[in-house]
Design a protein around this ligand. Structure first.
Ligand SMILES: Cc1cc2nc3c(=O)[nH]c(=O)nc-3n(C[C@H](O)[C@H](O)[C@H](O)COP(=O)(O)OP(=O)(O)OC[C@H]3O[C@@H](n4cnc5c(N)ncnc54)[C@H](O)[C@@H]3O)c2cc1C
Length: 397
């Protein structure tokens, strides 16, 4: 796409968000996902009719065919609203599931699972983390899938399966090859319809006091003798970790750019409040140097975060995810912390109003604190950056 075409697209999507999405966002935040479902569907149809549907997906699969860098910029606009990416059908975890189904799915899987996902007729989830095992070590898990008569029998306990409520299928990581000498080739990814017998959604996990609904929820799931045909295996047996890795590079770019959308909106609210809140008649909050420090420092950090993301996206496009590992890790932990500081300062500047649910900042804080934990906790990325750098100096850790 030519730069001016992308600029026009960004401008049009921004204006669509302002005019068409913010009212619906208020309804969703106030009344919940289920009560707003029909309105969300109508709005998604409007997005389709405008030609903005699944911007990240290749044209031959019905998307807009944007490159990773182009989509990143769209994602930073859509990310400013909690429903932005969903309305355009490029929300996690569906976007990641679409990507791996396109890359590794069989014709049967593409027809049965990918097609309705791309059309926005269904939602899906990704079920990897378990309460009993450290999610930071992705090859360490207890869920098993045992083959029996061309079927897999799955048993295990997962949690934090985001958006499971209302999903049609889960992509489940389970150990299929416990005796593989290479520990990275023990688990597989298997597609499990959520209507399967033994798929037991135990509870939605309350996150900072909010258990959410539908797309906005995270579930604990017991897989009890769930029985699926072997044709639901995604990619090769034992390649679950490899597939998960391939989804994480671009996926982290998507998350970071979504966070930029949140940063920009929170920053804008912070500056607006600083400029308009009177501490005494004619004396404004923004005149205080400590407030100015927050504004300057957060602005620099948001700009720096954007540059890191664009740099990592360029490297992924040119060298692939594997060779861009350090850049992806630098971007991920830096952006997650910028996000945390921007939301926190925006709340601070709003005082009591910032803590209330009358404005969106408390929602951002509640739901985005997790940015420093999922897709690799800060500490894991920080270590991996240092290890990658030290390797160039001859120290292998
Ligand atoms: C809101 C939210 C949504 C999520 N959505 C999904 C989902 O859809 N699907 C899914 O499968 N999972 C999901 N997760 C789970 C997420 O991927 C895990 O929480 C994450 O991988 C960390 O695993 P853990 O919680 O087991 O923490 P642990 O692995 O037990 O780690 C705990 C802490 O230990 C520290 N730590 C870990 N490793 C190291 C290290 N090497 N060096 C130093 N310190 C370290 C970090 O501070 C880390 O936060 C979600 C989590 C959250 C909070």
């Amino acid at each position: 796409m030519k730069p001016n075409q992308l600029d026009n697209l960004i401008r049009d999507i921004k204006s669509f968000l302002d005019k068409d999405v913010l009212n619906l966002e208020s309804k969703v935040l106030l009344h919940g996902w289920n009560a707003s479902f029909d309105d969300l569907e109508k709005k998604r149809n409007k997005v389709k009719s405008l030609g903005y549907w699944t911007p990240q997906i290749p044209k031959k699969y019905g998307g807009m065919g944007l490159s990773l860098s182009e989509f990143s910029q769209i994602s930073s606009i859509l990310g400013s609203s909690p429903i932005g990416l969903y309305l355009f059908n490029c929300q996690a975890p569906d976007a990641g599931n679409m990507e791996i189904l396109i890359e590794y799915g069989s014709n049967y899987q593409k027809d049965k699972f990918l097609k309705p996902l791309l059309a926005g007729e269904i939602r899906s989830c990704f079920s990897m983390t378990e309460p009993g095992f450290a999610g930071s070590n992705p090859i360490y898990m207890g869920t098993t899938a045992k083959e029996n008569n061309e079927r897999y029998i799955i048993n295990g306990k997962k949690w934090y399966t985001s958006s499971a409520e209302g999903s049609s299928f889960a992509i489940v990581m389970a150990i299929t090859n416990p005796n593989s000498k290479n520990k990275y080739y023990r688990a597989s990814q298997i597609i499990v319809p959520c209507s399967s017998k033994g798929f037991n959604l135990v509870r939605k996990i309350p996150v900072m006091g909010d258990e959410g609904e539908g797309y906005f929820s995270h579930s604990e799931i017991n897989y009890e003798n769930v029985d699926v045909p072997i044709k639901n295996l995604l990619g090769d047996e034992g390649h679950g970790f490899k597939i998960a890795q391939s989804r994480l590079g671009p996926g982290r770019i998507h998350h970071c750019m979504r966070w930029i959308g949140i940063c920009e909106r929170s920053f804008d609210m912070m500056c607006d409040r600083a400029a308009k809140r009177e501490l005494s008649p004619g004396k404004f909050l923004g005149e205080k140097q400590l407030i100015q420090k927050m504004i300057s420092e957060r602005r620099v950090e948001i700009n720096a975060a954007k540059l890191l993301i664009m740099d990592a996206a360029n490297k992924i496009e040119n060298l692939g995810s594997k060779k861009s590992k350090i850049d992806i890790s630098m971007m991920k932990f830096y952006c997650a912390n910028v996000l945390k500081r921007v939301i926190d300062d925006a709340i601070q500047v709003h005082g009591g109003l910032g803590m209330s649910d009358d404005i969106i900042l408390s929602h951002f804080y509640r739901h985005e604190r997790a940015a420093r934990i999922y897709d690799g906790a800060d500490e894991v990325h920080i270590s991996s950056v240092a290890k990658g750098i030290l390797l160039k100096y001859g120290l292998k850790i």
